[in-house]
Design a protein around this ligand. Structure first.
Ligand code: FMN
Length: 183
């Protein structure tokens, strides 16, 4: 299925995978989801371009907040909506995303800046990274995020046709389309 969907408002969507892998399945998922958005301008971001040393109180006191945290916040600020897919590491965020988020929260706790968000997750196993997705959904309002919909994709190796970059299961595609209309 390849039916495109209109988000609630046509505008700029910032899309990224909260993963620390260069072969991220969450990046594949977010790219596919973005391809379903009709008439929205999608900007992809790689969180590795915002890599910083591990957050430390002492480091912040000595050197301040690194420029990539400000740059990442500016990217969020320039978007009208956010599309994020979360990798799950031991039930939690990947360290790469958590570190970026921690630094950003030191600039402004309102990290998500009131943006509408659709949150996704994928894992190779049956859990679909649902634990980190629930965590992200619960946390988002505390950081200025307005979560419109979530979707977890389990058994990604089976669920996703990597050659063609599409989800195989038509029902899952319909669920993803429904989520994206809420953006
Ligand atoms: C340190 C580590 C911990 C992980 N913990 C989980 C986990 O708790 N739940 C899960 O479903 N998968 C877990 N995985 C497997 C990831 O889901 C898998 O590596 C997935 O590809 C990560 O998404 P990404 O490819 O987008 O980075 C873990 C992987 C690593 C490296």
């Amino acid at each position: 299925m390849s039916g495109k969907v209109d988000p609630a408002v046509t505008r700029k969507v910032l899309a990224f995978a909260a993963s620390n892998s260069s072969v991220s399945i969450n990046r594949m998922l977010v790219a596919y989801a973005a391809s379903l958005l009709h008439e929205a301008k999608v900007e992809f971001l790689d969180i590795h371009d915002y890599e910083m040393p591990i957050y430390r109180h002492d480091r912040e006191q000595a050197d301040g907040i690194p420029a990539p945290a400000h740059a990442f916040l500016a990217e969020i600020g320039s978007a009208d909506a956010l599309l994020i897919s979360f990798a799950e590491h031991n039930g939690l965020y990947s360290a790469a995303f958590k570190n970026l988020f921690d630094w950003c929260s030191r600039v402004d706790r309102n990290v998500w800046q009131g943006k509408p968000m659709v949150l996704l997750s994928a894992s190779p196993g049956p859990g679909g990274a649902a634990r980190v997705l629930a965590l992200a959904e619960t946390a988002a309002p505390h950081f200025g995020g307005e979560v419109r919909a979530t979707l977890s994709v389990p058994k990604f190796g089976e669920a996703f046709d990597a050659e063609n970059g599409v989800l195989r299961d038509p029902e899952m595609v319909v669920r993803l389309q429904a989520a994206l209309t809420k953006l």
